[in-house]
Design a protein around this ligand. Structure first.
Ligand SMILES: [Zn+2]
Length: 326
């Protein structure tokens, strides 16, 4: 373990201890200190864990690398829908997808208006798991590649995946139209390495899409250490709008869109974490985590997030800031 003296995002030395937390998801033993930077408001684990130490906190239950079952009838419909409806740009399709998208779980991830779809464009997904998401984008007509050091060759879908860390992947300069980084940045100890590499391999007019848990969310403040998205110690740096603005500016990206997304089970999960600690859990677990309760609470989550212009997840789209553009 190494004690760090500067913020890993903005390099400010105005950092201080904030609170202690533990692994509340997979329950591996240990307690960790979260520090906070008063300049960019990043939260980070300090002292840091080495890659080998962190590896113990990624048990098999944490990630799913299952293959996408294309023989299942619902999946078959989803794939037909992705290929024939999601790629159309007319008005009927616009209204139709608004109704259908929330029903089909696989399309929730794609949300056409968010992940840019470019016919025959090249997409790279960093931290792609078994490649489930890029396989669907391939089905829609994009040329796809993924990077994931935890991916295992025998569990991959039929897509090209580099089973190494992004830094070690052999990728050509200015090769990709779209690069996605969905809930990966918070797992990396040096976000600058990711941004530099993305800058190099993204085409000049390419799009970089980032999704992270928002450590400035109202529920992170209400529930403090019980907020599920701290995910200590796997989330080594927790980001917010300031950290991403800083990284974009330093690495020459221009933010073109920012949105906050409500997490429908954030209250349920926090209550579950509190009860786990009090060891009064077993008979309540299923009730607390039921979809019905989450649906009943959804208008509440949504209004709180709208009022505070916050949300438990933050999604940002950026492009390269080409010379001459402001
Ligand atoms: Zn900072």
């Amino acid at each position: 373990m190494i004690l760090i003296e500067k913020c890993p995002v903005c390099l400010s030395n105005k950092i201080k201890f904030s609170f202690k937390n533990k692994d509340r998801i997979t329950n591996v033993k240990g307690e960790f200190n979260l520090w906070n930077c008063s300049k960019c408001n990043a939260y980070f684990i300090n002292p840091t864990l080495s890659k080998i130490e962190l590896f113990d906190f990624y048990p098999n239950i944490y990630y799913s690398f299952s293959k996408y079952d294309k023989t299942n009838i619902v999946r078959k419909f989803e794939l037909w829908y992705l290929k024939n409806i999601m790629t159309r740009k007319d008005t009927i399709n616009y209204h139709f997808t608004k109704i259908i998208n929330p029903i089909l779980t696989s399309t929730k991830v794609i949300k056409k208006r968010y992940i840019p779809f470019i016919k025959e464009g090249k997409l790279l997904d960093i931290g792609c798991g078994s490649g489930d998401f890029i396989d669907k984008m391939k089905y829609m007509g994009m040329i796809v590649e993924g990077v994931d050091p935890f991916a295992k060759k025998d569990s991959l879908n039929n897509v090209k995946i580099h089973c190494v860390e992004l830094e070690k992947a052999h990728l050509k300069n200015k090769d990709f139209d779209v690069i996605t980084l969905n809930h990966v940045l918070e797992h990396t100890q040096n976000p600058h390495v990711i941004f530099s590499k993305v800058k190099r391999i993204l085409k000049d007019k390419g799009i970089f899409v980032i999704g992270v848990p928002n450590s400035n969310s109202i529920f992170s403040k209400i529930f403090k250490e019980y907020w599920i998205h701290w995910d200590t110690p796997r989330h080594v740096i927790m980001h917010n709008i300031n950290t991403l603005n800083y990284l974009a500016k330093i690495h020459g990206f221009k933010i073109i869109s920012t949105r906050f997304v409500s997490d429908t089970k954030v209250i349920n999960n926090a209550i579950l974490n509190i009860l786990k600690e009090k060891k009064r859990l077993s008979f309540l677990k299923n009730i607390i985590m039921s979809d019905v309760i989450a649906m009943l609470l959804w208008p509440f989550y949504k209004s709180i997030n709208l009022i505070f212009r916050s949300g438990d997840h933050l999604e940002i789209i950026m492009t390269k800031n080409i010379k001459g553009e402001s």
